[in-house]
Write a protein that binds this ligand. Structure first.
Ligand code: UDP
Length: 363
């Protein structure tokens, strides 16, 4: 029996792990234990995903939330190491690019436990992003690097990661969008937003530190989205960090024009994504989900890791530098479609990950 310890802690990781955990549970010879670092802990940032997506309950919960990056990562490292020493798994799986990812990878590699990184190789080439540092460090201490795209594979090759460690499997978020997206067809979404059925609307999310922690950029985004409401309503499920930063930001008048929502569960989020006329976001995952559901996207950042969608015309990169830049980009992108492309695999990334874990374990 190959024992996998999965280290997760933040919302996007629950969604990615949900896709893979389903397959692990169905595969004989593999068993999974889950360590939740506690990075995201509220009901609507954590519990709802475990319930809706059938993720196994964590066997370990570190309760590490809040604090500076160093403090949080340090406490996680200490807690994860302890669990690894007690449980001695055969492999540690980590996802994406958060502090939980790098803490899991570093703790395991120092104990010579093989590390598998799902969503390896992504780069924004902006080292001021905490996520970029987490990705680089995690990739370079991982043994199995599961990449979602050829761009990600090429990034790793350019950094000298040995070829035999890299496996391009596609994007597990595509697996999740296909599997869970099929479950929401009948879901009534108008009660989530209060918009009348059939009314075109924009769905927005904002949570990247470069936007939330820069008062000017945050004001431009909120006022830009408020300007969009001259034409069509905008729903904004608020990430807790963004809600916190908005509290004393003096943007009350603009915020009143937006339909502010609590963070949504994945199924509610998917139903809004599918029905939106356009998605404006700084999220990595939401950019791709817009494409998976055939919705045009405006990305409110200076750069993106998911360059394929910009090249194919599904996504427009719009640095939030002026209110007009934001609102006119949204208006211009409305109704647009990109080219038919399939850069994220065939929706079977999780199955390929499992097959490779089984193969490695049998060596
Ligand atoms: N998401 C969600 N509820 C929300 C906002 C986002 O379920 O209110 C989902 C979204 O559908 C996607 C994931 O969270 O699957 C993206 O996570 P996030 O934007 O927090 O992180 P990123 O992808 O930027 O790392």
């Amino acid at each position: 029996m190959v024992e996998i310890l999965t280290v997760i802690g933040a919302r996007p990781q629950f969604i990615k792990a949900a896709a893979v955990s389903r397959m692990i549970a169905a595969q004989s010879g593999l068993c999974e234990r889950l360590l939740h670092t506690g990075q995201h802990f509220d009901t609507n940032m954590s519990d709802v995903f475990f319930e809706e997506m059938g993720i196994p309950a964590p066997t370990h919960h570190l309760g590490v939330a809040g604090g500076s990056h160093g403090e949080m990562t340090g406490r996680m490292l200490e807690g994860i190491e302890q669990v690894l020493l007690e449980t001695r798994p055969d492999v540690v799986m980590v996802y994406g690019d958060t502090n939980s990812t790098v803490a899991g990878a570093l703790a395991a590699s120092k104990l010579h436990i093989p590390v598998a990184h799902v969503e390896a190789g992504l780069r924004s080439f902006n080292r001021r992003m905490p996520e970029e540092l987490n990705r680089i460090l995690t990739d370079h201490c991982s043994d199995l690097l599961f990449t979602p795209t050829s761009t990600a594979t090429n990034n790793l090759r350019a950094e000298g990661v040995p070829f035999e460690r890299i496996l391009q499997v596609g994007d597990v978020m595509y697996d999740a969008a296909r599997h869970f997206g099929a479950l929401v067809a009948e879901r009534d979404f108008s009660k989530l937003t209060g918009f009348d059925a059939g009314v075109p609307f924009v769905l927005a999310t904002v949570h990247r530190q470069e936007n939330t922690d820069d008062p000017e950029r945050l004001a431009v985004i909120i006022e830009g989205l408020a300007a969009v409401t001259d034409t069509l309503p905008v729903a904004l499920p608020l990430h807790p960090r963004t809600r916190g930063r908005l509290q004393n930001a003096g943007l009350g008048a603009a915020l009143e024009r937006l339909t502010l929502l609590e963070p949504l569960g994945y199924l509610d989020m998917v139903v809004l994504e599918k029905n939106a006329a356009l998605i404006a976001t700084d999220s990595g995952g939401v950019q791709k989900e817009a494409f998976f559901h055939g919705v045009p996207c405006v990305t409110l950042r200076d750069e993106t890791e998911w360059v394929e969608l910009v090249d194919a015309g599904w996504n427009r990169l719009v640095p939030p530098l002026s209110v007009n830049a934001v609102s006119s980009a949204v208006h211009e992108a409305l109704g647009s479609k990109g080219k038919a492309v399939a850069p994220y695999g065939d929706g079977n990334a999780s199955a390929q990950i499992i097959a490779s874990l089984v193969e490695v374990a049998s060596r």
